[in-house]
Design a binder for this molecule. Structure first.
Ligand SMILES: CC(C)(COP(=O)(O)OP(=O)(O)OC[C@H]1O[C@@H](n2cnc3c(N)ncnc32)[C@H](O)[C@@H]1OP(=O)(O)O)[C@@H](O)C(=O)NCCC(=O)NCCS
Length: 389
């Protein structure tokens, strides 16, 4: 129910408040409420259609739950939505003591309280309840029967979610300006070898069993060398498809005259450097960004190999800059770049800066592994844009 008498609202710490999964009607009602914040250039009908489209993707079809904070004394179908959010079940990897386990986790998104209800402690109550629910929610089939951690990406700084246990992790990025398709090589050595990647290529080169096995091996080896748990969101194809569903929906509805966004990344096969990307269309064109979702490459074993990889990265980034230009995007951005990526970016723009975000998209993780004997600290591997939800 959307309408409510604001003067008769219960306090945020009322024992009558309860967090429940929304009914399908309540999910639509909460989308109508939060459209004020997140519909951007989409009208309400199109925004709901976009959310339904995302909901129907493999990543979210069975794993997405829309949660609402309500008063338990109100009957279902007539209860006032005090606050809402979503959780997405995701596959993850956990490495500790020389072992790797396939585990499950939840990502949290769309945390919302309508403006006239703010400041009453509803979001606080919702997140306190949510953190408890998610420890065991949809974990019946998991060997440990519980989640060891959950993640979210805060757009309101590092403190709000920290009070409920979600600790801010490294949240940096580099950005490069779009560039016009000038010369054949655009002045970057190795550009001639760059190949565009389509969705199936990303499946083959970025999400294959081989790549995942390599990741498991690396995590296992590191966990033998260094104590402490290490986790990663499994970079499976479903994640990429879910991100692309958003850009494809936008381009179909808002840019019908543009050819569809079928180029999903670029690679250098010889150097074995691969990247997948996604176009994000914001509230207005100044917020449009080509995000690199994930990089895959082997660690170099010699300075010569390093040079080859860095040049390949630079050439791929140059290709991304051209794609950003083609789609009228403001920049190409990649999260938490490794030293090699930073070198590659500096080849293209000697003034490029590593930006440490303080407010938006703060990668945050709530770890409960200590209760399972896994130590109080955790390392987040592959803290890249593909994990965002
Ligand atoms: C952020 C939001 C959910 C907070 O809802 P709310 O019900 O007003 O929050 P609460 O009343 O439960 O606040 C709990 C505490 O967090 C603090 N807080 C609230 N909003 C905050 C914000 N935007 N940034 C930092 N702290 C905030 C409050 O001051 C309060 O602190 P206190 O307990 O010391 O008094 C709400 O403002 C909202 O929907 N904003 C728009 C959508 C959005 O930005 N969502 C977050 C996406 S990551």
């Amino acid at each position: 129910m959307i309408a409510a008498d604001v003067t008769a609202l219960p306090p945020g710490d009322s024992p009558d408040l309860i967090l429940v999964p929304a009914t399908p009607e309540e999910r639509i009602a909460s989308l109508k409420l939060n459209s004020v914040a997140w519909a951007g250039p989409l009208d309400l009908k199109t925004y709901i259609a976009r959310e339904d489209h995302l909901f129907s993707q493999r990543l979210t079809r069975d794993g997405l739950t829309c949660w609402i904070l309500v008063d338990r004394t109100q009957p279902e179908g007539q209860r006032t939505i005090l606050s809402s959010c979503e959780s997405y079940r995701k596959k993850a990897l956990l490495a500790h003591d020389g072992q790797v386990e396939d585990v499950a986790t939840h990502g949290i998104g769309s945390v919302y309280c309508r403006p006239e209800f703010r400041g009453k402690g509803y979001a606080k109550r919702m997140l306190e309840e949510l953190s408890r629910h998610l420890d065991t929610w949809k974990m019946e089939k998991e060997p440990r029967k519980r989640a060891l951690f959950t993640i979210l990406f805060s757009d309101i700084g590092k403190h709000f979610y920290a009070q409920f246990g979600w600790r801010a992790f490294m949240s940096s990025h580099m950005g490069l300006k779009p560039i016009a398709d000038g010369s054949h090589t655009n002045g970057v050595p190795g550009s001639a070898q760059i190949r565009d990647l389509f969705a199936e290529d990303v499946h083959t080169h970025i999400c294959s069993d081989k790549v995942l096995t390599q990741l498991r091996d690396q995590m296992r080896a590191e966990s033998q060398k260094r104590p402490g748990a290490k986790i990663a969101i499994t970079p499976d194809f479903d994640h990429f498809v879910w991100h692309w569903a958003r850009e494809e929906f936008f381009s179909e509805t808002m840019l019908p005259d543009h050819a569809p966004p079928v180029i999903k990344g670029a690679c250098d096969d010889q150097a074995r450097v691969y990247c997948a990307w996604n176009r994000v269309f914001g509230d207005d064109p100044s917020a449009n960004v080509l995000y690199i979702l994930r990089w895959v490459y082997d660690d170099p074993t010699s300075p010569q190999e390093e040079e080859v990889i860095v040049h390949a990265m630079a050439a791929i980034l140059r290709r991304a800059q051209r794609e950003a230009q083609e789609w009228n995007l403001r920049s190409v951005e990649f999260w938490n770049p490794t030293p090699l990526l930073q070198k590659a970016a500096a080849l293209l723009d000697p003034d490029v800066q590593l930006v440490h975000r303080e407010k938006s998209s703060i990668s945050s993780l709530r770890w409960t592994g200590a209760e399972q004997g896994l130590g109080k600290d955790v390392e987040w591997w592959l803290n890249e844009k593909y994990t965002w939800c």
